[in-house]
Design a protein around this ligand. Structure first.
Ligand SMILES: O=C(O)CCC(=O)C(=O)O
Length: 273
C-alpha cells in the first residue's frame, strides 16, 4: 500500500511562479504522508502553442528540473513532473520527467501520440507543428511497484497500455490536458477503460481550469481502481487528490477475474516493434 497525491494546479503565465506553486504542493503532499506526487500536462507552461518553445527546458541545463530534483530529495518523495516542453538539439518534445526520493531522474516519457485534431471548429490543435514524437513506452521501477507513464492523447491508444501492463506496471500515471469539448465526452470513460482492460490503477492528472485561456483544460483529475471504480476525483478547480494504491487489491481482482491469464496468446499478441 502506498499513497499518491495528484496536484491539480492553476497554471500562470510565469514559469517561476508555477514552479514555486508546484514546490509548495509537494511540501503539502509530503506533510499529508504522500509517497509520490504528480502533476498535469504542461504544469509549468500554459497550454499555449505560442509559449512552448520559449518555456522549453534543456535537460542538462534546466533550472526547473534542478529545483524539482532538490524538492524530491528534501521531501524524500517521488515526483512525476507532469509534462514540460523539452528542447534537445533543434527538436522539442512534450516530456514527463520522474524523480526518485534522492532527486535522481529515473525515467522520462516523451509524448508518443501528438494531439493533431480539428473538431467541429471547436478545437483545432496541431502539436506536431512544435513537438517531435517520442518513441518509447515508459515503465519505471519504484520501491513500491512498477509504474507506467503516458501523456494525455496517448490514453486513446490501448496497445501501449497493454504493453505497460505486460512490462509489469501496476499503476499508470497520465499527466493530461483534456479540454472542455472532449473532456466531458471521453475523459472518465477512457480512464476507466484502461483500468479495466489491464486491471491496474490509473491516475489521470490535469491542471486546473482557466476559462481565460483559448485552450480551456477540463480538470477532473481522478484515480480509478483495477475494477473501474473511481477511488477519488476533483472538480475543475485547484486542489490535491490523495489516493491509496493497494497492490493486494490488484492481486485479488486478477485472481477473481483472471482476464490477463485468459488472453489467447496463441491467436494474437501486443508487442513493441
Ligand atoms: O484526446 C483528447 O481529446 C485530448 C488530448 C489532449 O488534450 C492532449 O493530448 O493534449
Amino acid at each position: 500500500m502506498f499513497k499518491i497525491a495528484l496536484c491539480q494546479i492553476k497554471v500562470e503565465d510565469d514559469k517561476y511562479k508555477n514552479l514555486n506553486k508546484a514546490i509548495s504542493y509537494i511540501k503539502e503532499a509530503k506533510e499529508n504522508k504522500a509517497d509520490l506526487v504528480c502533476f498535469g500536462e504542461m504544469f509549468i507552461c500554459p497550454y499555449r502553442k505560442s509559449l512552448f518553445k520559449s518555456y522549453a527546458q534543456e535537460e542538462k541545463n534546466s533550472y526547473i528540473l534542478n529545483e524539482l530534483s532538490i524538492a524530491a530529495k528534501e521531501n524524500n518523495i517521488y515526483i512525476v513532473a507532469g509534462s514540460i516542453p523539452e528542447k534537445e538539439n533543434d527538436k522539442y518534445y512534450n516530456t514527463s520527467y520522474v524523480f526518485d526520493k534522492q532527486g535522481n531522474i529515473i525515467a522520462k516519457h516523451r509524448k508518443v501520440h501528438l494531439y493533431d485534431v480539428e473538431i467541429d471548429g471547436k478545437i483545432t490543435n496541431k502539436e506536431s507543428d512544435i513537438f517531435s514524437y517520442g518513441n518509447n513506452i515508459t515503465v519505471f521501477d519504484t520501491q513500491y511497484c512498477k509504474i507506467g507513464l503516458s501523456i494525455c492523447y496517448d490514453i486513446r491508444f490501448p496497445e501501449i497500455f497493454r504493453i505497460m501492463e505486460q512490462k509489469g506496471a501496476k499503476l499508470i500515471i497520465i499527466p493530461a490536458a483534456f479540454n472542455t469539448i472532449t473532456g466531458p465526452m471521453h475523459w472518465d470513460i477512457l480512464l476507466k477503460s484502461r483500468a479495466i482492460d489491464n486491471q491496474v490503477y490509473i491516475a489521470g492528472v490535469s491542471c486546473a481550469r482557466d476559462c481565460k485561456e483559448s485552450y480551456v483544460v477540463y480538470g477532473h483529475s481522478k484515480v480509478i481502481d483495477p475494477l473501474g471504480n473511481t477511488v477519488g476525483s476533483l472538480d475543475e478547480k485547484e486542489g490535491i487528490l490523495y489516493s491509496d494504491i493497494n497492490l493486494d487489491y490488484i492481486s485479488k481482482v486478477r485472481k477473481q477475474l483472471p482476464i490477463l491469464n485468459h488472453k489467447r496468446s496463441d491467436l494474437y499478441e501486443t508487442k513493441i516493434k
